[in-house]
Design a protein around this ligand. Sequence first.
Ligand code: ZN
Length: 182
Amino acid sequence: MLLTSDILDEKDKRIRAKNTDMEFPLNDKDKKLIHDMLEHLHFSQIEEKAEKYHLRPGMGLAAPQVGMNKNFFVVCHEEKENVFKNYVLINPKLISHSEELIYSSGGEGCLSVNRDVEGIVPRYARVTFTGYDVEGNKIKYRAREELAIAFQHEMDHLHGILFYDHIDPKDPYKNAEEMREI
Ligand code: ZN
């Protein structure tokens, strides 16, 4: 399985490197990596598994975080208690979004950022992404609220952007009154 030590820290150059599109069909190694990334995220959100394998809870991972400078990300979202839904988006594109902005009340976290960062990150409340699944089928996902934040956070990784790049350290809660807290 994918361990915490397999996830690159923010200081690693590959986190900021350029990512390129995947080509289909994916090979077995890539498919296994995607499976392992989702498994890691799933286990990280189940207390006893997280403890057993020393995992920090997280709901998303992008390819550069595991040292692969390719355009894809995965999200494992707990839709309701103990019900998880997996998302894989390969060569994703943000095709539309709401005007409304939201931010996560506790701030955002990242499995590559092993420290607390104060401040809020403006995100669209609703987004639509297109991309491809592991078999190369074209897919479209609409996401809102927490899931929308996760998609935008992971998409940023594919552009070498980390969540705190959106935070002004001199004014970490800038324009909060213009957004909805979730
Ligand atoms: Zn992240």
